[in-house]
Design a protein around this ligand. Structure first.
Ligand code: ADP
Ligand code: MG
Length: 558
């Protein structure tokens, strides 16, 4: 029996692919530039093992040029080029990746940096072009070839002249249609923007001839047009640099270049992991709260790069909700991407990275409490509420991650304190962590219930945020100390005069019954309180739900 090979219906496959796998047309430039970068990388790797080759970094670059009048966009590289056979194999067959074969053949550890693997990116050019022409001359060859295709109808290959080794890709940009404009891809500012967005960290220079108006020499008013070759990409990603080469200012500059915020970050976290999954990250704790932070419009997420190429602008799976304020980027060479390289095939690697990142954020915030208290308080005033929501949501599943990061105002000095600080200075006879809820400090201070606790010299946490008490209910205890509301039934404080209370209760039974009657359904009982010092009366609740929580619950829509 002979085994027949499937022949891909190239024509249909091409049409399908061009129109469905990419969410944005601008991606074509990312793909062509990635191929150009791979082609240069291949010379670089060859030179590592071939003594007859020298790799002089200055000779290698990528150039992008638009010819508006003729609607042509040209992407030139000084990479390894293609032989006639390679042209046929790599560009004549969809889903054939010469780059993947190269990686496999050379079995080079470092070959990781090569981006290509699926053998489809090249065809994305047909999203914006009617005709694609490739002029190429392979390294070590004197012959050059021209490959040309109008997409679905197939391609032609013929010899051509080309002086230098490398590849030139020329796109005949489509005419505008009713629903789509293609003119943008011939505009320098737009091309620059796309290069910056996706290919900023390609390791070879991406050059463009940029024309700018400048004041004429010797004149203040006259302008002249100057055309100059500029390198558009920053090339070396800051996250690949060594931490001790970078200053706080470098990190702050990157933060503002990336438009993470107009503020200065309170802290940066630079991570470089070389384990089972390799990745680098730069994360920031912002100082100021984004204006829409506590609204539905706010989108959390980190920028995700694969090998220096942008994959996702806001990867939300990298951050738990309670750390949604964190900004930054993650770059990993170990992601398995889907064919469009816009999303991930499987999230196992991403989950590992996310977990790792979460722990780093946690430990950094924790050390911030000790090392730069003032900054931490600034941070907590902005984003503390999000941490408290975090404790409360998911049925307290995250409490171990978050409890050490919480702060509350306390009766001592009216300052923010951590639970650890509270517990560590508790007098020996104090059994509980006391708290009082209310709208404001003043109100809480005036609560009759606080008096007994305060008189004992015990510290009280002041809960002025609605979520405070809900969060605490999820925690239940901290370092084995239970939380106790100052208005709860049993305060756990030795109280004297039990008999006296009982007799007072009896003596005044008539009065209490009368009061209960008058207040009817507003109270459950009227009793003698041992807790009052200077106040005539106080309200208290029984059971788990405090009066403050009841108010919040009642205000919630059903
Ligand atoms: P991938 O990059 O995933 O391999 P592409 O469709 O983008 O897939 O490219 C297919 C193949 O064509 C590449 O693997 C490479 O062998 C070859 N190729 C594309 N562009 C170039 C180029 N500029 N220089 C040399 N080879 C190229
Ligand atoms: Mg490619």
């Amino acid at each position: 029996m002979t085994k027949m090979e499937f022949k891909a219906e190239s024509k249909r496959l091409l049409e399908m692919m061009i129109n469905s796998i990419y969410s944005q047309k601008e991606i074509f430039l990312r793909e062509l530039i990635s191929n150009a970068s791979d082609a240069i990388d291949k010379i670089y790797y060859k030179a590592l093992t071939d003594d007859s080759l020298t790799f002089n970094k200055d000779d290698y670059f990528i150039k992008v040029e638009a010819d508006k009048a003729n609607r042509l966009l040209k992407i030139t590289d000084t990479g390894i080029g293609m032989t006639k056979e390679e042209l046929e194999n790599n560009l004549g067959t969809i889903a054939k990746s010469g780059s993947l074969s190269f990686k496999k053949e050379t079995k080079m550890e470092d070959g990781q940096e090569i981006i290509g693997q699926f053998g489809v990116g090249f065809y994305s050019a047909f999203m914006v072009a009617d005709v694609v022409t490739v002029l190429t001359r392979a390294l070590g060859s004197t012959e050059a070839y021209k490959w040309e295709s109008q997409g679905a109808d197939g391609y032609t290959i013929e010899p051509c002249d080309k002086e230098t080794v490398g590849t030139e890709i020329i796109l005949k940009i489509k005419e505008n249609t009713e629903d789509e404009t293609y003119d943008d891809y011939l505009e320098d500012y737009r091309l620059k923007q796309i290069i910056k967005k996706y290919s900023d960290f390609i390791r070879y220079p991406i050059k463009m001839d940029i024309t700018e108006s400048r004041p004429k020499e010797g004149s203040d008013n006259d302008l002249e047009e100057v055309t100059e070759e500029q390198t558009i990409n920053s090339m070396v990603p800051i996250w690949r640099k060594n931490k001790n080469e970078l200053t706080d200012e470098d990190y702050a500059n990157f933060y503002s270049e990336k438009h993470y915020g107009y503020d200065k970050p309170l802290k940066h976290i630079h991570i470089s992991v070389d384990g089972a999954i390799r990745y680098q990250a730069i994360l920031y704790i912002p100082e100021q709260i984004p204006f829409n932070y506590y609204s539905k419009e706010f989108e959390k997420g980190l920028e995700l790069y694969s090998n220096g190429v942008l994959i996702m602008e806001k990867c939300s799976d990298l951050l738990p909700d309670y750390f949604s304020f964190v900004k930054g980027i993650v770059d990993s060479e170990d992601l398995s991407l889907n064919i469009s390289r816009e999303i991930l095939q499987q999230d196992r690697q991403l989950k590992t990275i996310a977990k790792n990142i979460k722990n780093k954020i946690k430990s950094n915030l924790k050390s911030m409490i000790k090392e730069s208290r003032e900054d931490y308080e600034k941070f907590f005033n902005a984003f503390g509420r999000q941490l408290k929501y975090g404790v409360y949501s998911d049925f307290g599943a995250n409490k171990d991650d978050l409890q050490d990061l919480l702060m509350f105002y306390s009766s001592k000095e009216k300052k923010l304190v951590t639970l650890d600080e509270y517990v560590s200075r508790m007098p020996e006879d104090q059994k509980y962590i006391y708290y009082a809820s209310g709208e404001s400090f003043d109100r809480i201070e005036k609560l009759p219930q606080t008096e007994v606790v305060a008189e004992k010299g015990y510290e009280i946490l002041y809960f002025t945020d609605e979520v405070d008490e809900f969060a605490i209910k999820m925690l239940m205890n901290y370092k084995e100390k239970e939380f106790k509301s100052v208005s709860s039934g049993d305060l756990g404080i030795e109280e004297e005069g039990k008999e006296k209370t009982e007799s007072e209760e009896k003596e005044n039974k008539e009065l209490f019954d009368y009061m209960k009657n008058v207040l009817s359904d507003k109270v459950k009982a009227v009793r003698v309180s041992k807790r009052l010092k200077t106040h005539p009366v106080c309200l208290s609740s029984e059971g788990d739900i405090s009066i403050e929580m009841e108010k919040v619950l009642q205000a919630m829509p059903d």
